[in-house]
Write a new protein. Structure first.
Length: 142
């Protein structure tokens, strides 16, 4: 049950951050081009960023897996200690492990959505610079 739950939550965390795109300010360079041209420039810059900095969704998934593993182990240890005091070591360890895994995956989802991982920040800076070199100004991401 726990592996299936973890796999489902991890899959959702990958989907949560994969479709973000820059939002551009409608300056002169933006207004001088068609929507198709602008979308092509964004796609090109995003592709270049993946080539040079790596895919941020893959890096976030790796970071989430590591965080979840660490928090799962910490939760199991804490749960074991609580279970030893209350008289049910196995149940305490299981509850602690599930709590730790949930916290790790939740952290990964929110970190990925906000772009706060180092790989996500580097990817975003690369795309923004690439677009700025073409006169396009990024005002945010969605």
């Amino acid at each position: 049950m726990l592996p299936k739950l973890f796999l489902a939550i991890a899959s959702l965390s990958l989907c949560a951050c994969s479709a973000r795109r820059p939002v551009l300010y409608p300056n002169e360079a933006f207004r001088a081009e068609s929507k198709q041209t602008i979308d092509g420039e964004i796609d090109r810059c995003m592709s270049l960023a993946k080539s040079y900095t790596g895919d941020p969704s893959v890096e976030t998934a790796k970071e989430t897996a590591i965080d979840s593993s660490i928090l799962t182990a910490a939760g199991a240890v804490t749960g074991t200690a609580i279970g030893a005091v209350t008289g049910n070591v196995g149940q305490g360890a299981a509850i602690g492990a599930i709590s730790g895994a949930g916290g790790g995956v939740s952290r990964g989802v929110f970190q990925g959505r906000s772009g706060s991982s180092e790989s996500g920040r580097m990817y975003r800076r690369f795309v923004e610079r690439c677009l700025s070199e073409r006169g396009l100004e990024t005002i945010g991401w969605r």
